[in-house]
Write a protein that binds this ligand. Structure first.
Ligand SMILES: Nc1nc2c(ncn2[C@@H]2O[C@H](COP(=O)(O)OP(=O)(O)OP(=O)(O)O)[C@@H](O)[C@H]2O)c(=O)[nH]1
Ligand SMILES: [Mg+2]
Length: 451
């Protein structure tokens, strides 16, 4: 990224046709440049903050509304103007050209938000939340990112960090008196405190899966023998004739992936090639891919028909350990009522007919339960959602666990303090209290231009 003293500009609305588009200019020269390009009753450089004026741009580009934000009361924390114009890309482009002619440069992806971070308007977790809010595709993800922007996660991290700093303080106090050989805090109290912190971090780490489900969606894999009705089930769930269905076993060879929203949550369904020993290399590849997907799946629907009811997935050499497998019996329209009643007593089996739609509501019930079981909608729980968060917390936890060992082995305080400080630094990296240009660039380059 280039210099932070530059004045930068970018369209902050999406390119395309709309009633209005907005170009933002931010940096030390924003107001001065505003004076040069805007013709109206008021000069931007003489205006108080938070004013909107009507006028024209020079060169007759368009009539516009210009909004004035004086530092630090702007998104970036710098002097900024926002030029609202008619929403035609050609006009947007002309305005940007005009600004460049006046010494403003085009903003890089995420540069406005990076400046907001550097100027202390947001911490790093909140800056990341801005990107998540924009990119989120489900209600639940937007809601979660909003909470992160409001600072729920930042507060939690700060709480843990402050506690840690307090413990380091105790240890350092003792270091000061090391000559006198006085023990100010008892070792067990220290161990207890560090264990408390480890617990707090572990609790946060355990939300990673929830965070992933919120942002990336819930993957549902439909597997089973050929011809049991996997593609028919997918079509029924989507309410669309998406996959080819036929009575010939081995119809589906490729993976078919489709997404739908259930209760504001993204669900991604995968229909797969029927599992069997095949001599057809294409089908074989399809089966291989289906099996590979097992690792990614959050819910596995093992679909059977009455003939294959006792089939076990382990028979296919598939190792499914901690996955949620749901056994679903399809084609119940073909079995007689007495047998059906009998089968219904089995709590672990869901009876459906992809043909008549019978029992599909039970499957949807199961999907919804999954959302609530995993607390995806819980109100004020801090959730971590990306690998950067996970790694920093994990590093902090590892360092604290080392500290515990040293404490138990009665090692010197200097030694223990090193691990505690390491943990504190990992926590500070999370909120961006300490950070490197490299980390910042990798975070902000994932943003889109104009953010
Ligand atoms: N009677 C009845 N027939 C069904 C039902 N579901 C599917 N079928 C029929 O079963 C046959 C196979 O259905 P598919 O959906 O293609 O099965 P599949 O599991 O995707 O099969 P492969 O792609 O070959 O692995 C088709 O003729 C469907 O019409 C059902 O609930 N009841
Ligand atoms: Mg199929």
């Amino acid at each position: 990224m280039r210099k932070n003293e530059d004045t930068i500009c970018a369209a902050i609305t999406a390119y395309g046709i709309g009633a209005i588009a907005i170009v933002r200019v931010s940096g030390p020269k924003a107001l001065e440049v505003g004076d040069k390009i805007f013709i109206g009753k008021h000069k931007p450089s003489e205006s108080p903050t938070h004013r909107i004026y009507y006028g024209r741009l020079i060169n007759d580009i368009d009539d516009v509304l210009i909004s004035i934000f004086r530092k630090p009361h702007s998104y970036t924390g710098e002097d900024s103007i926002e030029i609202s114009h008619h929403g035609n890309f050609l006009i947007t482009r002309k305005i940007i050209q005009l600004l460049i002619e006046h010494g403003v440069r085009l903003a890089e992806p995420g540069e406005f938000t990076k400046r907001a971070f550097l100027n202390g308007k947001l911490d790093l977790l909140q800056a990341e939340a801005v990107s998540e809010i924009i990119q989120s595709r489900s209600d639940i993800a937007v809601q979660s990112a909003r909470k992160q922007l409001d600072g729920i996660l930042s507060d939690k991290i700060k709480e843990i960090k402050n506690y840690l700093v307090e413990v380091i303080g105790l240890l350092e106090l003792e270091l000061d008196f090391v000559e006198e050989d006085i023990e100010l805090v008892d070792k067990n109290t220290l161990i207890k405190k560090v264990q408390d912190i480890i617990q707090m971090i572990s609790n946060l780490l355990s939300t990673f899966r929830t965070g992933r489900l919120i942002y990336e969606g819930i993957n549902v894999l439909i597997i089973g023998k050929p011809n049991v009705g996997k593609s028919s089930l997918l079509n029924k769930i989507l309410n669309d004739e998406r996959a080819i269905v036929s009575e010939i076993p081995g119809t589906t060879r490729d993976i078919i992936k489709e997404e739908i929203f259930i209760d504001g949550t993204l669900f991604r369904f995968y229909d797969t090639a029927g599992l069997r020993k095949s001599t057809d290399i294409i089908e074989e590849e399809g089966i291989k891919r289906a099996i590979q997907l097992i690792e990614k799946a959050d819910i596995i629907i093992h679909l059977v028909d009455y003939e294959s009811i006792n089939e076990n997935l382990n028979d296919f050499d598939i190792n499914i350990s901690d996955k949620k497998i749901v056994k679903v019996l399809n084609k119940v329209d073909l079995i007689d009522d007495e047998l059906k009643r009998d089968l219904e007593t089995n709590q672990d089996l869901i009876l459906i007919s992809a043909k008549t739609g019978e029992g599909i509501d039970k499957l949807f019930e199961l999907f919804k339960n999954y959302i609530y079981q995993h607390n995806l909608y819980s109100e004020d729980v801090a959730v971590i959602s990306n690998i950067r968060h996970y790694n920093s917390l994990k590093n902090a936890k590892d360092a604290l666990e080392n500290a515990i060992i040293s404490l138990m082995e009665d090692r010197s305080n200097e030694f223990i303090a090193i691990d505690l400080r390491k943990a504190a630094n990992s926590m500070k990296e999370l909120t961006g209290e300490i950070t490197s240009e490299e980390i910042l660039n990798s975070i902000f380059s994932k943003f889109c231009i104009g953010k």
